[in-house]
Design a protein around this ligand. Structure first.
Ligand code: AHR
Length: 601
């Protein structure tokens, strides 16, 4: 489950290294508008509303003034997203636009560098500019660092010789600095983070939120059409999580992400509700339904028949993406009264236009009663480790009536049973929580006839700037910290069976939970021990002929052990060979997630 929060997109999986690269959505002539930027030496910088902006979407530019009588190198620098990872095995592609607001006789070089915060230069390029350039002109340079500093306290800088540029003013807009990206995709993903997610072998990607779909207000809702096309035509928006989204990671980039990681999208459309509790009145929904239809057509439409699909084709992807599921809103149990009519109009119209799509409702299942009757619901739960273990049988009692469930957000977030969002919240997932989640997940496997998908949430967190904990994977400017819950998800994901085998059921209020599945000639037994003591179990596989050895992959640690920047590898899965027979015993360590793979004939 992905949404732009905790700098998961900008400053995270979206590989752009410069923060506030285009001064989107800032208030000009304020110090705040310059976040991540700083002048160098005696230069003066300011964000202005440009009289002739680079584009309608980007009205602001950076005005550099070199005071008269200046000497030495002057200019400005960007500190990146709490650091810039400088790596000598990479070539960085840097770009920006510049112009002189009035023609001047200046002729000289702009020096573009990657350097440490104390001035050690790692990479440098120079571009000749002339004061006669009074229309926006793009500069593109490659930067190849000569060394890889351990520290990420580095800056991207643009400077000019102060003596020759003394008294000049230059405007700049839309900067960018990209390292190589995952699978080489232009405007693509940070390699190590994308690879970490890919290694989890995910099947789907829920986008674009979460709260970040809905908007803190109507006007700041996520709108697909503002996130596609040339980067200079994307205005960005104030996201729901207290920071500005560049929307460089837009709808097409999400689809490429799915394509490059072999996932299918579960895509949400805005459904007429924003988090300030505003619901669009029933008789004013039409334009938003059309916007949702256009969004879906952008993803799957026929370029010959649909304008949004033609736009997708013009951007390089004529083939439709493999979209099957569309979610109508997010957590509409917060506005279930208006969801009655919002669902009716959205689901009614979308299913008329796209009869093959599976539409997912986001209110509580069957409450309120919706028409048309939803066939798919998205359930969310943030709870204690104990809740997850106790609810491992949650879906067992659900009626088999043609309704399917998506566990679209779940995580053990706290051990505070009286207020899971109060004191005692986890910053990083720990083994107590992850083993509880695993217990719950054995129940999802057992009920996979009705639970069609499940995703831990939230996914990514930049340890320098976050608004919600815990998250599946944490990271900083150069390192990735997969959590105990990440390894739990990975163990379940890479060890999926195609068939659920009946077994003795775990005790409802016990500490041991398991599920048994089969994938061709492998029986896969998943065990969660949510208790503080190791526990022995006896398995009997009476009618299956098994080989004498199998493997056990075990993730275990103390209740509070977790992977963090200080202890990144505190808990890692370990695989060993085990003896198997028609009857065999296995001891699951305290607070553990175990996967046994048994070859059968
Ligand atoms: O995952 C964090 C938030 O939790 C999501 O944005 C929202 O859907 C849920 O309330």
């Amino acid at each position: 489950m992905f949404e732009a929060s905790k700098q998961s997109g900008d400053g995270g999986i979206y590989a752009e290294l410069l923060q506030n690269r285009a001064f989107q959505q800032v208030v000009p002539n304020t110090a705040a508008a310059l976040y991540a930027w700083a002048p160098i030496n005696s230069a003066s910088i300011n964000v202005i509303t440009d009289p002739i902006p680079l584009s309608n979407a980007l009205p602001n530019s950076l005005k550099l003034t070199i005071p008269s009588g200046t000497s030495g190198n002057v200019g400005f620098g960007n500190e990146g997203y709490w650091g810039i990872n400088v790596n000598s095995s990479w070539t960085y592609e840097a770009s920006f636009y510049y112009k002189f607001p009035g023609a001047s006789s200046f002729s000289g070089n702009l020096i573009i560098m990657l350097q440490s915060s104390t001035g050690t230069v790692y990479a440098s390029a120079s571009v000749h500019v002339s004061g006669s350039t009074t229309t926006w002109t793009q500069v593109l340079v490659s930067l190849s660092p000569t060394s890889s500093p351990a520290s990420t306290a580095n800056n991207f800088t643009v400077t000019v010789d102060g003596a020759s540029a003394s008294g000049e003013t230059i405007h700049f807009a839309m900067f960018s600095l990209f390292p190589p990206t995952f699978k080489g995709r232009a405007n693509g993903l940070r390699m190590d983070l994308a690879q970490t997610l890919y290694d989890m072998k995910p099947s789907f990607f829920r986008l674009p939120g979460g709260n970040n779909l809905e908007g803190q207000s109507f006007s700041s809702r996520w709108q697909w059409n503002a996130t596609v096309g040339n980067l200079i035509d994307r205005p960005g928006r104030m996201g729901d999580w207290e920071y500005i989204n560049t929307d460089g990671l837009g709808l097409l980039e999400y689809m490429y992400l799915c394509e490059d990681m072999e996932m299918q999208p579960i895509m949400a459309v805005w459904a007429g509700y924003s988090l300030d509790e505003y619901s669009i009145p029933e008789d004013e929904l039409a334009p938003y339904i059309q916007q949702a239809i256009d969004q879906i057509n952008f993803v799957i439409g026929d370029p010959a028949a649909s304008e949004p699909a033609a736009l997708r084709a013009s951007l390089g992807h004529p083939e439709p993406f493999p979209l099957q599921y569309v979610e109508i809103g997010n957590e509409d149990f917060f506005a279930s009264e208006s969801y009655i009519y919002r669902w009716r109009y959205f689901a009614g119209n979308l299913s008329a236009v796209f009869p093959h799509l599976k539409l997912i409702a986001t209110s509580y299942p069957f409450n309120p009663v919706l028409d048309p009757i939803p066939k798919h619901y998205d359930n969310h739960v943030y709870q204690t480790p104990g809740w997850f273990a106790e609810n491992s049988f949650y879906y067992d009692s659900f009626e088999r009536n043609g309704t399917y469930y998506f566990e679209g957000e779940y995580a053990a977030v706290s051990t505070n049973t009286s207020d899971v969002f109060g004191d005692g919240g986890l910053v990083y997932p720990d083994m107590q929580g992850s083993s509880g989640e695993a217990a719950f997940m054995t129940g999802l496997e057992r009920n996979s006839d009705i639970v069609f998908a499940a995703s831990y949430a939230p996914l990514l967190m930049n340890v320098a700037q976050y608004q919600w904990t815990p998250n599946l994977v944490s990271f900083d400017a150069s390192q990735v910290y997969p959590s105990t819950s990440f390894y739990t998800q990975q163990l379940f994901s890479v060890n999926r069976g195609t068939e659920y085998l009946p077994s003795t059921l775990p005790t409802v209020n016990g500490t041991l939970y398991w599920s048994v599945t089969r994938d061709k000639s492998t029986v896969i037994i998943k065990i969660a021990n949510t208790g503080m003591a190791a526990e022995q179990m006896i398995f009997e596989l009476p009618s299956i002929s098994v080989y004498s050895t199998g493997t056990a992959t075990v993730l275990s640690g103390s209740a509070t052990s977790s992977n963090s920047p200080e202890t990144p590898n505190a808990v890692m899965p370990v695989t060993s060979q085990i003896k198997i027979g028609e009857s065999f015993s296995y001891t699951a360590p305290a607070y553990s997630v175990n996967v046994l793979r048994v070859k059968v004939q």
